[in-house]
Ligand binder design. Structure first.
Ligand code: RP5
Length: 171
């Protein structure tokens, strides 16, 4: 039996899905049950409201909203739910994602969105942050977060010689 999703990832367009791959992979790595949907805050506002109410009723604890351009999706999600919302600004073109970053991060007081970095780094960090939030009340997940941190810390490289690195002379 598969467990019911506790994280709902919503993006504004099917074109956003490839950059979210890292988010899904990290959620899988932590063993977090998730679901993904494509619902535009601008194009399908009614559908977004219905989806959030249904997701909450099914047990979703945390939402990730990802969008590019005038990225209002995470903010609208935060207006529709009292559960934590993590916003991932995506690079939608001419402004390189700065437009989406400002849209996601500049929320008015009382409607919080936890904004992460633009693009794939942010997509991965949305999943890591979701894991840390859910770990506050989930001992298995807390252990998984600590295991990841320990693994990451093990990657330190002491005494490297930068002169022997490929491409060093060209920089
Ligand atoms: C945003 O507009 C979406 O999140 C996407 O990043 C961007 C472009 O959407 P499409 O025109 O590809 O559907 O709402």
């Amino acid at each position: 039996m598969t467990s019911s999703p506790v994280v709902a990832v919503v993006c504004g367009s099917r074109s956003d899905l490839p950059v979210l791959r890292g988010c899904f992979d990290v959620l899988d790595r932590y063993g977090i049950a998730w679901e993904a949907s494509v619902i535009s805050a601008h194009r399908q506002p009614d559908a977004l409201g219905h989806y959030v109410r249904d997701a909450e009723a099914r047990g979703v604890l945390l939402f990730v909203g990802a969008a590019g351009l005038a990225a209002h999706l995470p903010g609208v999600l935060a207006s529709l739910t009292a559960r934590p919302v993590i916003g991932v600004p995506l690079d939608g073109g001419a402004l390189g994602g700065a437009d989406a970053l400002y849209s996601v991060v500049q929320m008015p007081p009382g409607v919080p969105v936890a904004a992460v970095a633009i693009g794939s780094a942010g997509a991965k960090n949305a999943a890591h942050l979701a894991a840390r939030i859910l770990a506050l009340s989930d001992a298995r997940l807390a252990a998984a977060v600590e295991a990841f941190r320990a693994e990451q810390a093990g990657g330190a490289e002491l005494g490297v010689d930068p002169r022997s690195e490929p491409g060093t002379a060209d920089r």
